[in-house]
Design a protein around this ligand. Structure first.
Ligand code: FAD
Length: 371
């Protein structure tokens, strides 16, 4: 049995904690805020899980594996925090990301449908698309109820013996010795896992130049005639040049719009408030593709921060007695349960640090990983 100490109680840190407990390790989690921390990137009503990963066989395979990892969590929690709305990626140009995703899914034998504009409009009457639009539809994928997941994970980890310390900021880490410093003293561990999200640059000097981004998404009130279309339809991705996406209002959650264009460099020290008319700016990215676009109203903004260096590849870096998980960007939530499993497989020497690193960067497509 090892003492595994985890910095950060977001989806990644808590998933590592669960995986470590399942393997019989002693687990300590240190979190600077409340557990869960409503400021963390992991805390929101929902996050999207979808198959569309362009040409990347590695990440597409990871999505398949992620579904299996989530099923394991639902079994442990005794409830499923996922609603399989299906997902629909919109292709507006030949060779674009969604067209590439179609080729990858076909190569990998993953079930999907390629739709023309008429079929898309039948499935999603709230959309208004040009005649050349095409759609990549999968019945798998949809909404992960993020806040319920982190709450459930934290409760499960506590019940199974993890020591979860809220309001306990890690001030520095001695990676070689396996030691962390907190305000009240030091803690030693056999293995440290650092899942500090957008706060990592302030914690580890070697990572101080990482680029962090502010992403604000908007909860939206749809016009009454389209409420049922949103509630019963698939989650929508990659609609328009901003890779815009919409998460469906299911099981008590709201309709949410996000846009890649509405992201800018920023760090948590800037705060979590929204800017005037920010919601209208997010809706404007969708407006060309919505029927009755003028009747959509912003309800509230949700602001989050993450590390994103422009290369959409996760960085999982074993070094000394620590494993640092970073560059999670706007796509790690869907993989967090799986990430916990793989990181702990490395801790227990079932896979090498090199394999873990390459797999996380999307370079390996085989599963299970070779030893
Ligand atoms: C607006 C938005 C939309 C997104 N949409 C999606 C999506 O649809 N699908 C998807 O898969 N992903 C999505 N993501 C990305 C995903 O949510 C994140 O990549 C993921 O939640 C990161 O989890 P994490 O645990 O690494 O980081 P976080 O959830 O940020 O957790 C890090 C935790 O570490 C704590 N911490 C930091 N420093 C210290 C310290 N020194 N001591 C103690 N504790 C510390 C923080 O307080 C925080 O609680 C989105 C992200 C945002 C912001």
């Amino acid at each position: 049995m090892k003492h595994v100490l985890i910095v950060g109680a977001g989806a990644v840190g808590l998933s590592c904690a669960r995986a470590a407990l399942l393997r019989g390790h002693r687990v300590t989690v240190l979190e600077q805020g409340a557990i869960p921390n409503t400021r963390s990137a992991s805390f929101d009503q929902h996050r999207l899980i979808r198959y569309q990963y362009g040409r990347s066989v590695g990440y597409t395979q990871m999505v398949s594996d992620a579904f299996g990892a989530w099923d394991g969590l639902w079994q442990d929690l005794g409830e499923q925090h996922h609603h399989a709305t299906g997902t629909l990626g919109i292709s507006l140009e030949e060779g674009d990301y969604i067209s590439q995703s179609r080729v990858t899914l076909a190569q990998m034998g993953i079930d999907h449908q390629w739709m023309d504009q008429t079929a898309i409009q039948r499935l999603c009457p709230q959309l208004q698309l040009p005649a050349h639009a095409q759609g990549l539809y999968t019945t798998t994928g949809g909404v992960l109820f993020a806040d319920r997941i982190v709450l459930g994970l934290a409760a499960w980890c506590r019940e199974y013996g993890a020591a979860l310390h809220a309001n306990t900021a890690v001030l520095s880490v001695d990676i070689e010795r396996g030691r962390v410093h907190v305000a009240t003293g030091v803690l030693d561990a056999d293995q440290i896992i650092i899942a500090a999200g957008a706060w990592l640059p302030g914690l580890l000097p070697a990572y101080r130049d990482l680029v962090t981004a502010r992403q604000a998404v908007c909860y939206v009130e749809a016009p009454p005639q389209h409420l049922a279309h949103w509630a019963n339809g698939p989650c929508i991705t990659d609609i328009g040049p901003g890779d815009n996406y919409a998460l469906m209002p299911v099981q008590g959650t709201g309709l949410k719009f996000g846009s890649g264009i509405h992201r800018r460099p920023g760090s948590p020290s800037e705060g979590f408030g929204s800017e005037p008319d920010e919601g209208y700016a997010v809706i404007a990215h969708f407006a060309p593709y919505l029927r009755n676009a003028a009747d959509y109203r912003p309800q509230r903004m949700q602001v989050g921060y993450y590390v994103r260096d422009g290369v959409d590849a996760f960085r999982v870096e074993p070094q000394g007695k620590a494993i640092v998980i970073t560059n999670c960007g706007g796509g790690m939530f869907k993989f967090s349960a799986l990430m916990g499993e793989r990181v702990l497989a490395c801790v227990d020497h079932e896979i090498t640090p090199e394999h873990l690193q390459h797999w996380a960067a999307g370079h390996l497509s085989t599963t299970p990983l070779p030893p």
